[in-house]
Write a protein that binds this ligand. Structure first.
Ligand code: NAD
Length: 445
């Protein structure tokens, strides 16, 4: 039997989850406070760039399985399960800001009380939240009513932006935190169509589910920071880290993924989740020393990259024209939250550089932050015209095999800082470029 499901917060997680729940036959109410997003979704248009999403979204809106609204009451009346896909941004001290989650949980309880809904509701936190949040949601709900049956569960999301539809339709695992047998049954039934390939659903207590999410992201960030730390060492001792990466990645205990050196991780998850875990662990009196180092290395890695640009191009970049490819925090998304490119742009702008940027999807989100203080090119070749150097920050596929001769002709100087090791140093030397990459020897023509 299909379910009627509410998704509260229709951003990267909520919109993809809601669309995929609808795609398998459920009726989904997406509740969203941003009026622009509501009207776009109503028109079958995706407010975010996520491969494969819009076609599913359009179909499910058209077939009335996906209903978007700003009316939480309508969703609470109609749906037994209410998934909270709300932001949990970092507070000043690094802890996760839970006010969206706690306020919406309270609001839901108030509606249930006012409407005297007695056939049971489940509030499921899908946002990334620190250990103990389910208990805080429970208290917030209990403060409103103890007379109405309201269950609480934790169901962290593991999707990757850029592969979000695929990850939601075929998750490698689903994690559910609940001690309630009925909730367990409901969620197993909701996820059943997505697990037909035999992938597992792990049922655990709420606190374990909460920590599982932070542990997963912090472990992945650890792999990246390990390689970034190693890249500095490789540069010093004259070793090509790409050889080392291949050499270790083939060991199945290490694995080939998440061991690419670069300019540091960014995005809406790793930076804030690493910070939140550090904060939670310190608060518990058991600091996580490795995770703390992961964050330090990440900050240092971007600084090191910027340092190399400045060392070569000059402390004062007035009259220096810098082309920059890649703004999104990773390829296949328009998400620029905590994007390393922004840290690079800020540093270069503070040294008065003239910057022209190009990204296949993230220009709109970037222009919201930088306005007219930087220039926007409509393609990668236009971006490098008359530039003194090229800086690559995001490894979009279209940058993989550029026409170097065409670039060389239109650039003032053939200097490239490749923060993603997209090319081979020897090839770049042959193409006549001065080439700086990560964890590999610099080359000059
Ligand atoms: P997002 O900012 O893209 O989406 C959140 C949405 O909630 C926004 O559209 C916002 O307008 C809406 N919202 C805010 N207050 C609301 C309210 N009171 N009622 C209804 N809607 C409201 O965030 P996101 O990237 O989807 O992340 C959501 C949560 O999921 C975060 O905790 C994040 O850490 C976690 N998460 C994100 C990803 C990811 O890749 N983006 C992956 C796994 C987990």
């Amino acid at each position: 039997m299909p379910h009627t499901i509410a998704i509260v917060g229709t951003g990267y997680v909520g919109l993809v989850s809601g669309t995929c729940f609808a795609e398998v036959g459920n009726t989904v109410y997406c509740v969203e406070v941003d009026a622009e997003k509501v009207s776009m979704i109503q028109a079958g248009k995706s407010p975010i760039y996520e491969p494969g999403l819009e076609i599913l979204l359009e179909r499910n809106v058209r077939e009335r399985r996906l209903i978007v609204t700003d009316d939480l009451r309508q969703a609470v009346r109609a749906c037994t399960m209410l998934f909270l896909c709300l932001p949990t941004p970092p507070n000043e001290d690094g802890s996760a800001d839970l006010h969206y989650v706690l306020e919406v949980a309270t609001e839901i309880a108030e509606i249930i009380k006012e409407e005297d809904i007695r056939d049971g509701r489940v509030i499921i936190t899908r946002s990334t939240v620190p250990v103990g949040t389910a208990a805080r949601v429970r208290s917030a709900v209990d403060a409103v009513t103890k007379d109405h049956p309201i269950a609480i569960a934790s169901n962290p999301e593991f999707l990757r932006e850029g592969f979000a539809v695929e990850d939601t339709m075929k998750p490698e695992r689903v994690v559910v935190g609940t001690g309630d047998a009925h909730v367990r049954e409901l969620l197993c039934d909701v996820y059943e169509p997505f697990l037909s390939n035999g992938n597992p659903i792990f049922i655990m207590d709420e606190k374990s589910a909460e920590v599982t999410k932070y542990a997963a992201n912090s472990f992945l960030a650890t792999k990246i920071s390990f390689m970034n730390d190693l890249s500095a060492y490789c540069e010093t001792v004259g070793v090509d880290i790409e050889n080392v990466r291949q050499g270790i990645g083939s060991d199945s205990r290490i694995g080939k993924r998440f061991i690419f050196p670069g300019v540091g991780y960014g995005g809406s998850c790793f930076p804030k989740d690493v910070k939140a875990l550090i904060h939670s662990a310190r608060e518990a009196g058991t600091p996580l020393r490795i995770v703390e180092a992961v964050e330090d290395v990440n900050i240092a890695q971007t600084e090191r990259f910027i340092g190399r640009i400045v060392k070569r191009m000059g402390e004062d970049l007035h009259n220096i024209r810098i082309a920059l490819w890649g703004l999104a925090f990773k390829p296949n998304t328009d998400d620029v939250r905590e994007a390393p490119a922004f840290r690079v742009i800020d540093a270069l702008l503070s040294r008065r550089a003239s910057i022209t940027v190009y990204d296949p999807e993230a220009v709109k989100n970037t222009s919201r932050r930088y306005g007219t203080s930087i220039h926007y090119a409509s393609n990668m070749y236009e971006c490098v015209e008359n530039s003194d150097c090229l800086v690559i920050v995001t490894e979009w596929n279209e940058f993989r095999k550029p026409d170097f001769a065409r670039m060389a002709q239109s650039m003032n100087h053939r200097i490239m800082f490749d923060g993603r090791n997209m090319y081979h140093p020897y090839d770049m030397q042959m193409e006549g470029f001065e080439y700086y990459s990560v964890g590999r020897p610099d080359v000059k023509p």
